[in-house]
Design a binder for this molecule. Sequence first.
Ligand SMILES: [Zn+2]
Length: 279
Amino acid sequence: MSFFGLSESVFRFGSFALIFAIMALAETLYPKRERRFSRTVRWTTNFGILLTDYVAVFVFTFIGMVTAVGAAAYAEHMGWGLLNLVEWPAWIEWLIAIVVLDFVIWAQHVATHKVPILWRLHRVHHSDEDIDASTAIRFHPIEILFSVLVKSAAVLLLGPAAGAVVVFEAFVNGSALFNHANVRLPRWADTILRSVFVTPDMHRVHHSAINRETDSNYGFGLSIWDRLFRTYISQPQKGHTGMTIGLEEWQGDGPSTYPWAISFPFRDPPHTKAGDQPQ
Ligand SMILES: [Zn+2]
């Protein structure tokens, strides 16, 4: 497969590196919030997690041979999935694929907040006490593998073209780098963009330490699902510069370090130490 004359892997890595670099520069020039931790400390941790994710996915792909793109090729070969049963114009099928997969990612994100065992994994992402583009890559490797399985299952049912899956993944990853970025957008730009896409001001609400705000704005790509399912909160209660980012029970130096973050799913909250009876 080639995209704009580039191989699939060059397209994936190139679009990630380019968007990350643009966001990092924008955060330097137009920062929204003051940092609590240095970039060096947090980027080392968050890129360390990304590297662990790459290794986990590489091993998993090698053993399990499951990827969302591979699932698309398999579904086409077997004639599985809704879009393999119809003969619609390619652009309509690609659009449907991108919108439906974005909804699947939204629903999966809601599940990672509501199902306790999934929340243990997902809270690694939420434990970041600053939010910037590097927060977008801070996902525990087990959550990444879970996500590969969910996406692959959705692809088998939907039957999109393999190319549409690659473009969807580039879109959702690029969107995550953008909406986690610590950038100040003019209000008019935020208003126009968030009518369709998730903006940094919209997603920052989801990283609030206040539970009611964490349980809102689950979207990664399109902003429509939160409006549709009434999980939309437009601004944080304490304002973007006054709000606390991260998890209320886990404020401190720990979350900014790699060993803490990678082992976090296996740790209990501070007030339920061994021997304590749940209240
Ligand atoms: Zn979340």
